[in-house]
Design a protein around this ligand. Structure first.
Ligand code: PMP
Length: 383
C-alpha cells in the first residue's frame, strides 16, 4: 500500500466538496451570467454564495474576491495586469524573491523583456528572505513587491507580515502568493496588509482548475489591475470567460470547511509532523533539514538524507509513498531545486533532498508506515 505525501503539489479533494460539486453539476445547468431565466439566476446564487465563503475565510469582503483558473493565473493577473498602470505612472520597478513559484518568476522575467526592472532578492540558508533586504530595494519607481507567504518546497514562512506593514506607508503595491498558506495560516492571513493575494483551491482540498485573486480595496477603490485576457465582462472584466460554477462551488465549500476546521486540522497536521520527525530520529540515519524549522509550516519537511540520491530514493520507494523533490511544475526533467540553490544549500545536499508534505486527512498510521519504508530504503542506499 502506498501513502500520498505530496500535498504541497496537490491535496486530495475533500469528500464533502466532491458531493457538493456533483450536486451542483447534476442540478444546476446554465450560465451564471445569463439574466433571462432562473437557471442563470440559480447558477449566479451558487457563485455568490461561494464568493462569500472565500471572503469569510480570507477576512475580506465578497466584492474583493475574483475567481480565476488557479494561482498561476491569479499571479499573472496581479503582475501583468499592472502593465498599463506602470506605463501611465512611469513606475516599472518590481521587487520579488528568488524562491517564488515560476508563476511569479517567469511573469516578472517576461516583463523584464518589455523594459521593466526587476530586483530578485535571495534568502539565506534559513529559507527566509530578510524583510529589510526587500525594503531596501524600494525606490520611487517601484511599482510592485511580490512575495510568497509560504514556500512550496521548504514550507518556510516568509516575512510578509513585516513587509506588508512597512509598505502601507508607501505607494508600492504588495502582492502575496498565499497558495501554500491558505486554509492553514488562517489567522495570520487575516492580519496581513496587502493589495493582492493569490491562491489555488486544490491546495486546501478543493478542486484543481479554480483559484482566487483577492483585490483589496483602498478608499473604496480596487488596485489598478487590468484584465490580461480579452472577452466578456465576467468577474468585473478582470477575468473574462464563463464562470465554472461547480468548480467555484467546490472552492467555496473547501474554504468553508477550512474555516470551520482549521484549528482542529492544524493540530492533526502538527501531530503528524512530530510522528514523522520521531521516526526519522529513531532510524539513526544522517540527515539535515533544509530551512529554519522555527519558521516552517507543520505540513512540510524538506530533508536531505546524507549520501542518498533523492531521484534513486523516490524511484525505489514509489510503491509505498509518494514524495517529491522540487516543485511539480519543474519536475519534468531533473535539475537541482532553484529554491535550495538560492538558499545556498550545497549541491550535494540538494541532490539528496526530498520534500514530504501531508494534510489533515492523512492517516497518521499510514504516514508513519510510509516514512518507515522510505527510511529503510534510504538507509540501504546510505551504506
Ligand atoms: N504558487 C505556489 C506557491 C504554488 O505552490 C503553486 C502550485 N505548486 C502555484 C503558485 C501555482 O498553482 P497552480 O498550479 O494551481 O496554478
Amino acid at each position: 500500500m502506498s501513502v500520498y505525501l505530496d500535498y504541497n503539489a496537490s491535496a486530495p479533494v475533500d469528500g464533502r466538496v466532491i458531493d457538493y460539486m456533483v450536486e451542483v453539476y447534476r442540478n444546476n445547468i446554465g450560465n451564471a451570467d445569463s439574466r433571462t431565466h432562473n437557471y442563470g439566476e440559480n447558477a449566479r446564487n451558487i457563485v455568490e454564495e461561494a464568493r462569500k465563503k472565500v471572503a469569510s475565510l480570507i477576512g475580506v469582503t465578497a466584492d474583493e474576491v475574483f475567481f480565476t483558473s488557479g494561482a498561476t493565473e491569479s499571479n499573472n493577473i496581479a503582475i501583468q495586469g499592472l502593465r498599463e498602470y506602470a506605463i501611465e505612472t512611469g513606475r516599472k520597478h518590481i521587487v520579488t524573491t528568488a524562491i517564488e513559484h515560476k508563476a511569479v518568476l517567469e511573469t516578472v522575467r517576461a516583463l523584464e523583456k518589455e523594459g521593466f526592472v526587476v530586483d530578485i532578492v535571495k534568502p539565506d540558508l534559513s529559507g527566509r528572505v530578510n524583510a529589510d533586504d526587500i525594503l531596501s530595494k524600494i525606490k520611487k519607481e517601484t511599482l510592485l513587491v511580490s512575495i510568497m507567504h509560504v514556500n512550496n518546497e521548504t514550507g518556510i514562512i516568509q516575512p510578509v507580515k513585516e513587509i506588508g506593514e512597512a509598505l502601507q506607508e508607501k505607494e508600492v503595491l504588495f502582492h502575496i502568493d498565499a497558495t501554500q498558506s491558505c486554509g492553514k495560516l488562517v489567522d495570520e492571513i487575516r492580519e496581513l496588509k496587502y493589495n493582492m493575494l493569490s491562491f489555488s483551491a486544490h491546495k486546501l482540498m478543493g478542486p484543481q482548475g479554480i483559484g482566487v485573486l483577492v483585490l483589496k480595496k483602498k478608499k473604496y477603490k480596487l488596485p489598478p489591475v487590468k484584465n490580461i485576457m480579452y472577452g466578456g465582462q465576467q468577474e468585473k472584466g478582470i477575468r473574462p470567460g464563463t464562470l465554472p460554477v461547480a468548480l467555484i462551488a467546490g472552492c467555496g465549500k473547501a474554504c468553508e470547511i477550512a474555516e470551520d476546521e482549521y484549528k482542529k486540522n492544524n493540530k492533526i497536521v502538527f501531530d503528524i509532523k512530530k510522528a514523522i520527525q520521531k521516526e526519522i530520529d529513531e532510524s539513526g540515519i544522517s540527515y539535515t533539514i533544509n530551512g529554519n524549522q522555527d519558521f516552517c509550516v507543520d505540513n512540510t519537511i524538506n530533508i536531505c538524507f546524507e549520501g542518498v540520491s533523492s531521484e534513486a530514493l523516490m524511484l525505489s520507494s514509489k510503491m509505498f509513498c509518494g514524495v517529491s523533490n522540487g516543485s511539480a511544475c519543474t519536475s519534468k526533467s531533473y535539475s537541482p531545486s532553484y529554491v535550495l540553490v538560492a538558499m545556498g544549500v550545497p549541491e550535494e545536499q540538494i541532490e539528496c533532498s526530498i520534500r514530504i508534505s501531508w494534510g489533515a486527512n492523512t492517516d497518521i498510521e499510514e504516514a508513519i508506515e510510509g516514512v518507515k519504508a522510505l527510511l529503510s530504503t534510504a538507509l540501504q542506499f546510505s551504506r
